[in-house]
Ligand binder design. Structure first.
Ligand SMILES: [Cu+2]
Length: 70
């Protein structure tokens, strides 16, 4: 498999811990081995994943949030 790459994504539209969990689940569905931290207050997600950041951002957007690769 490909190597893990750093992921930095701005995630707008999260309002509670449920949103944080939802975003985390979306990412883990794309890459079960992803190691990411979602920060509600900072509106961002940081970590490492084998999946392209752009792909993760698209999945987060599809889940109803506003994601942008940083
Ligand atoms: Cu929420």
């Amino acid at each position: 498999m490909s190597e893990k790459k750093a992921v930095h994504i701005e995630v707008k539209g999260m309002t509670c811990q449920g949103c944080v969990n939802a975003v985390t689940r979306v990412v883990q569905r794309k890459d079960p081995a992803a190691q990411v931290t979602v920060d509600l207050a900072a509106a961002r997600m940081d970590g490492v994943s084998e999946v392209e950041p752009q792909t993760l951002a698209a999945a987060i957007t599809a889940a109803g949030y506003e994601a942008r690769v940083l």
